[in-house]
Design a protein around this ligand. Sequence first.
Ligand code: ZN
Length: 364
Amino acid sequence: MVDDPLFDEHQARGHHPERPERLAAARRAVERCVDEGLRPLMLTPRDATDEEILRAHEPAYLKTLQELEGQWTMLDADTYLSPVSLSASRRAAGGALSLVDALLDQPSPSAAGASSPSVGFALLRPPGHHATRRVGMGFCLLDNVAIAAYGALQRGLQRVAIVDWDVHHGNGTQDIFWQDPRVLFISLHQWPFYPGTGMTTEVGEGEGRGYTVNVPLSEGANDAVYCAAFDQIVLPVLAEYAPELILVSAGYDAHERDPLASMRVTASGYGSMTKKLRAAARTSAEGRLGLILEGGYSLTALETSVAATLRALTADAPEVAGGDGDGAGRDESEDVELHGPVSPRHQSEIDRARRHAQRHWPNL
Ligand SMILES: [Zn+2]
């Protein structure tokens, strides 16, 4: 786990949904799980260096942030800066990097006696997935998950997957890796909705063509819909790509209680998605799965959903050594039991996204 008190000092002068109380809710989730027996390894995050930030962002944008340091101001109508926001952002991006370092430093699970976890969760603010190469927006200043993915590439990995289940499209992450096949970006998001990107036709360009996969879903998508999208698109694409590390832009604003969005996901749904990604990570990534907090604006939903995620990350799960056939079958029947049927409207949206992605991922 990654956390740091500096994240609490990034705050708006008036009321804003992206507020320090969000992390307090996530911390209560950790405490709940500790009471249940979880023994998380707490990592002290470092600060991301200019060099690490500039892999994902343009120098002119970092210069703008540096010039605004120490001020109360707004980058746009949604995105505030407090005097310490750049410091908090450097620490947040550094926290994501620290998480990646810890995951990559774990011994291989096949090594004799290896028992250290290969999974982790970075609780951090400000969030990052809307920050593009050129500009911060949508409450985001630096793209933490993108900086973390570059950190993994820098350490020698060749294929990193980012799964973004935040209810908003991760336009910043998409922008940063638009032409880069070394990072597969898969986003599930409410459509139409902020920030307006994330159509199925957005697939990347040049060498990166096909390595952006968008699954836009209309309002009301529930656990069943998200799990179906995972089974029918996310997991098959991950199986074909075979990432060496899976990172998650873990926003919790698709929750049914979220005040900003209109989806119907519950804490149980986040647990199910986490289990599926854990199985995928075991198949190709030696179990390495790192979650990085993005949005989520209902404090109750954040607490219950982060707790469900942590339980799913750490629960004993059947080994998937050598294959994924039986495991996938069990998961699907479990989903129908847990989450009910998928509405025809949402199934047609999943089908449409699958058909688009099929041009690049023939196993779909
Ligand atoms: Zn969001």
